[in-house]
Design a protein around this ligand. Structure first.
Ligand code: HEM
Length: 148
């Protein structure tokens, strides 16, 4: 989230002025780059997925966040866009194992966003950041500067 937000200083006044905008920044960040990518499951019955037969009892690895970049659901999905209203992302999983901490995580992210932007004036990236990782994804480091 901070990587995307700090890359776009023009949106900072909007984020500082409106809690609603911070809420959407959190949702868009979760959609754009979910931290968790892979969820192991076991098939309970024989299934065919996209023409591939998977027998019952197989361990499979699902990657729900792929749906967060589905171009049939999200226009220009690779772009982080504060004006998007990504209500249908699956960053917290799906079904009975939906993340139990989803609402807490959302609040924590919104608070962190506000506090960082408010207390560190003109917070900005000082080096380009890159998202890496397979199971857990995110920038390995975020180099920043701010004015005192
Ligand atoms: C941005 C932060 C977070 C993300 C992206 C996230 C993502 C996820 C995902 C994708 C799952 C589903 C895993 C699966 O289907 O196997 C999950 C499950 C879970 N999460 Fe989170 N999570 C976050 C924060 C938290 C926090 C803050 C807590 C607790 C305070 C939490 C507690 C749990 C628990 C207990 C489950 C297991 C639910 C179950 O299996 O029934 N998560 N999370």
């Amino acid at each position: 989230m901070m990587m995307a937000v700090l890359d776009q200083p023009a949106i900072h006044p909007r984020l500082l002025a409106h809690a609603e905008e911070r809420k959407w920044a959190v949702e868009e960040s979760l959609r754009w780059s979910a931290a968790t990518t892979s969820e192991p499951r076991m098939t309970l019955k024989d299934v065919i997925v996209s023409g591939v037969e998977i027998p019952a009892g197989e361990v499979v690895s699902l990657c729900p966040p792929i749906g967060n970049r589905d171009p049939s659901v999200f226009t220009d999905p690779d772009r982080w866009d504060l004006d998007r209203r990504p209500g249908e992302h699956v960053a917290f999983g799906l079904g009975p194992h939906l993340c139990l901490g989803a609402f807490l995580a959302r609040e924590e992210l919104a608070v962190a966003l506000e506090v960082l932007l408010r207390r560190l004036p003109n917070l900005r990236l000082s080096r380009p950041a890159v998202i890496t990782g397979a199971m857990l994804r995110g920038p390995r480091s975020l180099w920043v500067q701010w004015d005192t």
